[in-house]
Design a protein around this ligand. Structure first.
Ligand SMILES: Cc1cc2nc3c(=O)[nH]c(=O)nc-3n(C[C@H](O)[C@H](O)[C@H](O)COP(=O)(O)O)c2cc1C
Length: 186
């Protein structure tokens, strides 16, 4: 199985990217191939000018097409996901997430915006025809301490992330079998 991870924070170091990296490490320990992407891997000019023929975008979309699942991480900016992440999602084909299981991760300064993923990001993932969108993992900044050298997660957050990843891999297994059979018979 293969999972693409997409970090949507423009900043470094980044709490949401650290959470995503932790998720990626866990998946790799389970024997799942991880294709790590960061929004900064795509040229900003391609994103801001909506360059649909961008070579970097072509690489991204072909890797996304080859993946069984997507984990997408974003900080909450102005009660929504980041604008720079939207510039990439806008460039994807309308069925880009068909047959894929998606797990959103979000970090924010305040618990007040814990539903932001549900009302802002999930509708976009639905529009891209995601097969199954799992409950997101939301973390307040106080649950992640980070500097250039190390990252520490609160134990409550570690637990929520682990539960979400177990649900994610279960969902991947459920959706993976038909594809495997289709590939074998093709
Ligand atoms: C431009 C900007 C807008 C933000 N807007 C919100 C917000 O509306 N609600 C909130 O709870 N936190 C908000 N924050 C705080 C970030 O969501 C929070 O610090 C997040 O963990 C940063 O993630 P990152 O380290 O991955 O970039 C904002 C931060 C920035 C820089």
């Amino acid at each position: 199985m293969r999972v693409l991870t997409l970090a949507g924070s423009p900043h470094y170091p980044s709490r949401s990217t650290a959470l995503l990296s932790r998720a990626g490490q866990w998946l790799e320990n389970q024997g799942i191939e991880v294709l790590p992407w960061h929004i900064n891997n795509l040229p900003h000019e391609d994103l801001f000018t909506a360059r649909f023929d961008s070579p970097a975008l072509a690489t991204f979309t072909s890797q996304l097409a080859s993946a069984d699942g997507l984990i997408i991480a974003t900080p909450i900016y102005k009660a929504s996901f980041t604008g720079v992440l939207k510039t990439l999602l806008d460039l994807l084909g309308e069925r880009a997430l068909e047959h894929k299981v998606v797990l959103p991760l979000a970090t924010a300064g305040s618990l007040a915006h814990m539903l932001a993923v549900d009302y802002s990001l999930k509708p976009v993932l639905c529009a891209l025809k995601a097969q199954e969108i799992l409950h997101s993992v939301f973390a307040e900044d106080s649950q992640i301490s980070i500097d250039a050298h190390s990252t520490l997660f609160s134990s409550a957050l570690e637990k929520r992330l682990l539960t979400a990843l177990e649900n994610f891999t279960e969902a991947l297994s459920r959706h993976h079998h038909p594809n495997t059979l289709m590939r074998q018979t093709a």
